[in-house]
Design a binder for this molecule. Structure first.
Ligand code: TK8
Length: 338
């Protein structure tokens, strides 16, 4: 009996395979290669999460998808990699939202200074309809947004002096991400900001082309920024989300089961990525005390920075979309009332 049942199963299996081939579903037989590139190095939470995603994707696609990972801007900087996704010459990248704002204006909303009071408020807004609708907008630009991962709260480092007040920032040459709103915020704080790709930053600091930069604790530590920067202040002036995205040109070639699997796994890994990123940021904040002069601001001291950047809200509200800005502010408020 067992034998009979076994051979019936075997026949059914074979029949299905033959059917599959003659059924014309050629896509199902094909294999695909994903080249995924990021700006941070292979010690980052971003890279560790990509490794996890690669494992999942290769396993769940039964080997139909193979993923190659590239870190440290090996495939280009955030903006260049997004352009490659548009052209279909690269399949996956995971930029900060700041450079995305140059492709889809609405993304600038998340880079408004001091928007999110903490990580959880960011999760609440990003994972809500508002965040998801913005991801959809990427499709008009040839990119499919899969999930929000996290870069994190950014803090100011510099090679000149401890920063305790906005006055201390006066005249500092600060590198910013490529987004005019970030430039405006640093101008309001009295700095002399310059936009620059992440891959050029270390040598720019080393050569004194810029005095400072801002990034999360993990990046400051793991990219060895402390070798060329003596001072860090926990400004926490903005929270940077990452967006894991895939080229629409590539995505459209995939059979629908693989499309669904990519979306699902990207969201599953999101939880892991955010968790280890937060753990790492906390750990490296401590470790940086051995490497740098660390200034921790009181909430009163922090208010002075908040006040200094307020004009950026009025300056950019229309450009971002007044309704969008209001709905995000309302959502943050809703989070705080919970
Ligand atoms: C990495 C960038 C980087 C960002 C920056 O590609 O440019 O400072 O924080 O992490 O997205």
């Amino acid at each position: 009996l067992v034998l009979v049942a076994g051979s019936i199963l075997a026949i059914t299996g074979e029949a299905e395979a033959i059917f599959g081939i003659f059924g014309g579903d050629e896509k199902k037989e094909k294999t695909y290669t994903i080249r995924a590139g990021i700006g941070l190095n292979d010690k980052s939470a971003q890279y560790k999460a990509l490794e996890k995603w690669k494992q999942m994707v290769e396993k769940r696609s039964d080997g139909r998808i193979k993923m190659e990972l590239y870190h440290s801007s090996q495939l280009g900087d955030d903006r260049e990699m997004m352009e490659a996704l548009q052209l279909g010459t690269q399949e996956v990248t995971c930029p900060s939202t700041a450079p995305i704002g140059e492709f889809v204006e609405g993304f600038k909303v998340f880079d408004l200074p001091f928007l999110f009071p903490n990580n959880e408020a960011a999760d609440y807004v990003l994972d809500s309809k508002i965040g998801q609708n913005l991801l959809k907008k990427l499709e008009d630009e040839g990119m499919i947004g899969l999930a929000y991962w996290e870069n994190g709260f950014r803090h100011l480092t510099n090679s000149k002096r401890p920063v305790k007040t906005p006055e201390d920032i006066k005249g500092l040459k600060v590198r910013t991400m490529e987004n005019p709103m970030h430039l405006a915020a640093w101008r309001e704080m009295g700095a002399n900001p310059t936009p620059m790709a992440f891959g050029e930053l270390f040598s720019a600091m080393q050569q004194g082309v810029v005095d400072g930069q801002e990034n999360p604790w993990g990046t400051i530590y793991l990219q060895n920024f402390y070798e060329v920067q003596d001072y860090v202040t926990n400004t926490g002036h903005v929270y940077s989300p990452f967006v894991l995205m895939v080229s629409e040109k590539f995505y459209d070639k995939l059979p629908s089961d693989l499309q669904t699997m990519l979306r699902k796994t990207a969201k599953e890994v999101k939880e892991y990525q955010r968790r280890i990123n937060r753990e790492m940021n906390a750990e490296y904040r401590k470790k940086l005390k051995e490497k740098m002069n660390v200034t921790i601001l009181s909430s009163e001291q922090k208010s002075a920075f908040k006040k200094a950047v307020q004009p950026v809200y009025d300056e950019y509200k229309e450009e971002i979309g007044a309704d969008l800005v209001d709905s995000v502010l309302q959502k943050v408020e809703e989070y705080q009332q919970q």
